[in-house]
Design a protein around this ligand. Sequence first.
Ligand code: UT7
Length: 339
Amino acid sequence: MDKTSKIFEGSALVGSGSCLPTQSLTNEQISHRVETSDSWIKSRTGIGTRRVVGENESLTTLSSNAAKAAIEMAGWSPKTIDLIVLATSTPDDLFGSAPQVQAQIGSKNAVAFDLTAACSGFLFALITAAQFLRNGTMKRAVVIGADQLSSWVDWDDRRTCVLFGDGAGAIALEATEHEKNGILGFELKSDGSRGECLRLSKTKNHLTLVDGSTYQKGEFQPIAMNGQEVYKFAVREVPAILQKLLDKENTSPADLDWLLLHQANQRILDSVAERFSIPHSKVLSNLKNYGNTSAATIPVMLDEAIRDSRIKPGNLIATSGFGAGLSWGAALIKWQGPT
Ligand code: UT7
């Protein structure tokens, strides 16, 4: 292997950022719309409040602000970025919102595209971006996880509307030599045969185009979820994929500094942590403040814990995302920080 290819054997996490909408919506406020209570929501999910995109904000602006913060922490000039991957299921534009993010952050040399894998989206995007860095074609990537599910929940369905919130988080990822590699291993899975239990699907809406021809008008139905099925899926598959990853990487749960799961429900976090005997103090959670922000939960949590110095350079983190598709995955990552 020549010297040039050697420097691209790994990818390092060197910056983080996040941006949440300014508008808060508490459990108590939701109880003015549907029959629910703060105590039911807190005891069943751990969620206390969430943020909702209001006027003068959008998925694109949240994503751009999160990306800018990550780039600033990394100490990069925006023009040096080669790749922007925006993981979202709720773009402002179905043709893709990543190019608008590219324009807003001034990364004119970056190729930018959206990636959809629901709540697993950030993890899938991180691994996708890492492949470009590891094969030597690119040096600097920004990976964003952002969602605005408030636009797509049925605010009159108490079984789903209490769970979700909006937000965006980002990571700056840099090609690096093998010794500084920050993505030590990963496992990704999909199972469309179980996809029915969590959908945001197109409305079957056939309209007449001209005599003898119809077309399907583009409209989506609100989120439909079988909560108990998704819960069972999460508590079964997340430990299984984490165990597979830890075995493959010859790592024991005791070696981990942090467990960072997709923030869907505190009971899911507690159940997975218990399965691996990981103490509560090592389980990152901000569910009480933001609820389930879909693709944003992992990078928002990462950024929060990096900025308040809970996560320190060199810390080993097991992370797992799971959700609609069905899709799920796990990665063993190391935070390096700005170089
Ligand atoms: O990113 C992945 C996204 N999704 C998830 O992670 C969801 C995973 N699932 C869950 O987190 C849980 O299944 C929920 C939090 C959604 C629901 O908790 P649960 O303990 O599974 O409740 P349940 O669906 O069994 O409902 C229990 C009761 C029902 O009443 P009855 O039939 O026993 O009289 C529901 O109607 O709670 C009722 N209920 C509520 N009550 C007050 C359901 N939602 C609410 C609510 N407020 N918001």
